[in-house]
Design a protein around this ligand. Structure first.
Ligand SMILES: [Zn+2]
Length: 106
Protein backbone atom coordinates (compact mmCIF):
# COMPACT_ATOMS: atom_id res chain seq x y z
CA UNK A 1 0.00 0.00 0.00
CA UNK A 2 1.50 3.25 -1.08
CA UNK A 3 1.36 6.22 1.19
CA UNK A 4 0.67 9.80 0.50
CA UNK A 5 3.60 11.86 1.69
CA UNK A 6 4.64 15.47 1.77
CA UNK A 7 7.79 17.27 2.80
CA UNK A 8 7.94 19.44 5.84
CA UNK A 9 10.19 22.45 6.39
CA UNK A 10 11.17 22.70 10.04
CA UNK A 11 12.36 26.27 9.66
CA UNK A 12 9.03 27.57 8.39
CA UNK A 13 6.80 24.88 9.95
CA UNK A 14 5.30 24.45 6.53
CA UNK A 15 4.12 21.43 4.56
CA UNK A 16 5.44 21.33 0.99
CA UNK A 17 4.57 19.01 -1.84
CA UNK A 18 6.50 15.76 -2.07
CA UNK A 19 8.34 16.76 -5.24
CA UNK A 20 10.10 19.73 -3.62
CA UNK A 21 13.84 19.52 -2.97
CA UNK A 22 14.09 22.77 -1.11
CA UNK A 23 11.70 25.09 0.68
CA UNK A 24 10.50 27.85 -1.70
CA UNK A 25 10.41 30.30 1.20
CA UNK A 26 13.64 29.87 3.12
CA UNK A 27 15.54 27.69 0.60
CA UNK A 28 16.33 25.14 3.27
CA UNK A 29 17.11 21.71 1.88
CA UNK A 30 16.62 20.21 5.28
CA UNK A 31 13.17 18.81 4.58
CA UNK A 32 11.52 16.00 6.41
CA UNK A 33 9.26 13.49 4.66
CA UNK A 34 5.99 13.07 6.49
CA UNK A 35 3.03 10.80 5.90
CA UNK A 36 -0.25 12.53 5.24
CA UNK A 37 -3.57 11.33 6.59
CA UNK A 38 -4.86 11.08 3.03
CA UNK A 39 -8.13 12.63 4.11
CA UNK A 40 -9.53 15.71 2.51
CA UNK A 41 -12.37 17.50 0.86
CA UNK A 42 -13.19 18.05 -2.81
CA UNK A 43 -12.44 21.66 -3.70
CA UNK A 44 -13.25 21.41 -7.39
CA UNK A 45 -13.62 18.82 -10.14
CA UNK A 46 -13.60 18.35 -13.89
CA UNK A 47 -15.21 15.54 -15.81
CA UNK A 48 -12.82 14.17 -18.43
CA UNK A 49 -14.63 12.63 -21.39
CA UNK A 50 -11.75 12.58 -23.79
CA UNK A 51 -8.77 11.13 -22.02
CA UNK A 52 -5.15 10.97 -23.10
CA UNK A 53 -4.44 7.68 -24.87
CA UNK A 54 -3.00 5.86 -21.87
CA UNK A 55 -6.17 6.56 -19.85
CA UNK A 56 -8.66 6.10 -22.69
CA UNK A 57 -10.04 2.87 -21.21
CA UNK A 58 -10.85 4.77 -18.02
CA UNK A 59 -12.80 7.65 -19.61
CA UNK A 60 -15.01 9.28 -18.62
CA UNK A 61 -13.53 10.01 -15.24
CA UNK A 62 -13.29 12.84 -12.78
CA UNK A 63 -10.20 14.85 -11.99
CA UNK A 64 -10.62 16.36 -8.56
CA UNK A 65 -8.77 18.99 -6.59
CA UNK A 66 -8.56 17.85 -3.00
CA UNK A 67 -7.84 20.07 -0.03
CA UNK A 68 -6.07 17.77 2.38
CA UNK A 69 -6.40 18.05 6.16
CA UNK A 70 -2.75 19.12 6.28
CA UNK A 71 -3.45 22.07 4.01
CA UNK A 72 -2.05 20.68 0.77
CA UNK A 73 -4.05 20.87 -2.42
CA UNK A 74 -3.54 17.90 -4.75
CA UNK A 75 -4.90 16.84 -8.11
CA UNK A 76 -6.27 13.32 -8.22
CA UNK A 77 -8.61 10.89 -9.93
CA UNK A 78 -11.93 10.15 -8.33
CA UNK A 79 -12.84 6.53 -7.72
CA UNK A 80 -16.55 6.85 -7.28
CA UNK A 81 -19.83 7.45 -9.01
CA UNK A 82 -20.79 11.05 -8.49
CA UNK A 83 -18.49 13.64 -7.06
CA UNK A 84 -19.68 16.72 -5.17
CA UNK A 85 -17.91 19.90 -4.13
CA UNK A 86 -17.13 19.68 -0.43
CA UNK A 87 -17.38 15.90 -0.40
CA UNK A 88 -15.08 14.09 2.04
CA UNK A 89 -12.63 11.86 0.26
CA UNK A 90 -9.68 9.70 1.21
CA UNK A 91 -6.53 8.58 -0.55
CA UNK A 92 -6.74 5.14 -2.11
CA UNK A 93 -3.62 4.44 -4.20
CA UNK A 94 -1.12 5.68 -6.75
CA UNK A 95 -1.30 4.27 -10.27
CA UNK A 96 0.72 5.46 -13.27
CA UNK A 97 1.93 8.29 -11.04
CA UNK A 98 -1.65 9.51 -10.62
CA UNK A 99 -3.27 9.77 -7.21
CA UNK A 100 -6.61 8.08 -6.68
CA UNK A 101 -9.12 9.19 -4.08
CA UNK A 102 -12.39 7.55 -3.11
CA UNK A 103 -15.39 8.78 -1.12
CA UNK A 104 -14.51 8.73 2.58
CA UNK A 105 -16.20 6.09 4.70
CA UNK A 106 -17.98 7.40 7.79
ZN1 LIG B 1 11.34 26.84 4.87
Amino acid sequence: MEKLTAKYCDTCSKMLSADKYHCPKCFSEDLEVRDLSGKGEVYSYTNIFIAPKQFADKAPYYIILVDLEEGQRVTARYNGEDVKIGEKVEFENIEDRALYFKPAVG
